[in-house]
Design a protein around this ligand. Structure first.
Ligand code: NAD
Ligand code: MG
Length: 415
């Protein structure tokens, strides 16, 4: 399987970025490093470059999105390669002509333009940044098809589905079954959910991840986003994608076929496994990751998700049914809502309320261009930010209270 490829990594200092570098270091004959990009963590980037150099890796260049971090980095670094600045720098790194593969681990909408740039260049993308497909799948996927660019799943659920689909025929797939841990508040009542604190929400029971995805996991928005991600990655209709809560996070997802057979992929919750698979497929790298003790798996449980207590999941399904820019609006409103929740300016259940209000108020576009998506993202952020400001001065006035009795799964909205 030796085929030294140039890998560039967007979001090198994040949870996925750090684990990707571990995978690369463990397979020195497989990769050269092209570009590393970060937002603000110039100090960690410098440490990473030292560590990489000890293992014989010298990236071609780095890009820092944040201008202040760029200047700080230039001041402290001994790195001799190219150093780029700003969103343009990140896009240039993503679109470098000698990239053989890009691992995209930016968080949020910040991934859309760099991923688009890589597609224009014809570079395959191992995609962790699901928000790119949520916001812009409607533009990204046709563009990837046009340029013959492969988008490879990194997310553990989608990696599981990819593995279950190996050697199968898509027309024999009956449904995709995405598993969800249910997050830390799986058994909490609506009343308890009103009072969740950021510290409580940041404690995920099974996975250690960046703060934004950890909050998305607690609201189940992450699972909603993963439904949208699965829709774009596998071309399966929304009504053939099911979510089941599986608190142990051992089965990472399943595929049911037309003969009634179900294939599942199992493993300990360790993102290095799907990261490595995205980089090695159709082969697998040998690894010394901890092995699962099958006989210790006594109680694997499964049950349907509760969209009354977790309305974000319903909002994601609704936006997928609506198509066009609906999911872009949900994503942008969610990014502002999560950041505001983390700053304690809104409550946990204000997150879906804020998203619902933005979905109602922002003009929807059925067949958007990339520019329409960029503008919709901006407009939604502005509206969400002003709603948060108003809500802070007149608490709970601007958003409809989520009343359990009025929310129904499927296409309905809060009455
Ligand atoms: P993180 O917050 O830990 O890291 C994000 C990275 O993106 C950092 O390197 C940061 O510097 C960079 N970044 C942030 N904002 C940026 C901006 N505006 N411009 C340029 N760079 C920016 O996030 P994470 O947990 O590693 O998640 C990354 C992506 O992978 C997300 O889309 C997430 O949903 C997805 N994902 C993560 C996990 C996980 O286990 N962490 C699992 C599955 C999917
Ligand atoms: Mg996932």
């Amino acid at each position: 399987m030796s085929r030294t490829r140039t890998l560039s990594l967007l979001g090198a200092t994040g949870s996925i970025g750090v684990q990707t570098l571990d995978v690369v270091i463990a397979h020195p004959d497989e990769f050269r490093l092209g570009w590393l990009t970060v937002n603000t963590r110039f100090d960690l980037l410098e440490e990473q470059l030292h560590r990489l150099s000890k293992h014989g890796f010298t990236p071609h260049g780095v890009a820092l999105a944040d201008e202040k971090a760029y200047h700080e980095f230039r001041r402290i670094t001994s790195f001799a390669g190219e150093i780029l600045c700003g969103d343009e720098g990140v896009c240039a790194a993503a679109a470098a002509p000698d990239n053989d593969i890009l691992l995209s681990a930016l968080v949020g909408f910040s991934g859309v333009l760099p991923n688009y740039a890589a597609i224009q260049q014809g570079t395959p993308i191992a995609l962790a940044n699901k928000e790119t497909l949520v916001s812009a799948g409607v533009v990204i996927m046709p563009e990837a098809k046009k340029h013959g660019v492969e988008i490879i799943a990194v997310d553990s659920e989608h990696s599981a589905i990819l593995q279950c689909l190996a050697g199968e025929f898509m027309n024999e797939v009956e449904k995709l079954i995405l598993t969800a841990s249910g997050g830390p508040f799986r058994e909490w009542t609506l009343e308890q959910l009103e009072n969740v604190t950021p510290a409580q929400a940041l404690k995920h029971p099974n996975w250690s991840m960046g703060s934004k995805i950890t909050i998305d996991s607690a609201t189940l928005m992450n699972k909603g986003f993963e439904v949208i991600e699965a829709y774009w990655l596998f071309g399966v209709r929304a009504d053939k994608i099911e979510v089941v809560v599986h608190p142990q996070s051992i089965i990472h997802s399943m595929v049911q076929f037309c003969d009634g057979s179900v294939k599942a992929q199992l493993g300990l919750p360790d993102m290095k496994i799907p990261i490595a698979y995205a980089l090695s497929l159709p082969h697998r790298y040998p690894s010394n990751f901890k092995r699962m003790d099958i006989c210790a798996l006594q109680n694997l449980s499964f049950f349907p998700p509760d969209v009354v207590r977790f309305p974000c999941l319903r909002l994601a399904f609704d936006s997928l049914a609506q198509g066009g820019t609906a999911a872009c609006i949900v994503n942008a409103a969610n990014e502002i809502a999560v950041a505001s929740f983390l700053q304690s300016t809104i409550g946990f259940l204000d997150i879906p309320r804020l998203i619902e209000t933005c979905l109602e108020k922002i003009t929807h576009i059925d067949t958007p261009s990339l520019e329409d998506i960029v503008q919709t993202d901006k407009k939604t952020r502005r509206l969400a930010e002003s709603l948060v400001r108003e809500g802070m001065s007149t608490p709970t006035v601007f958003l409809p209270k989520t009343n359990g009795a009025t929310i129904v799964a499927g296409n309905s909205s809060i009455a």
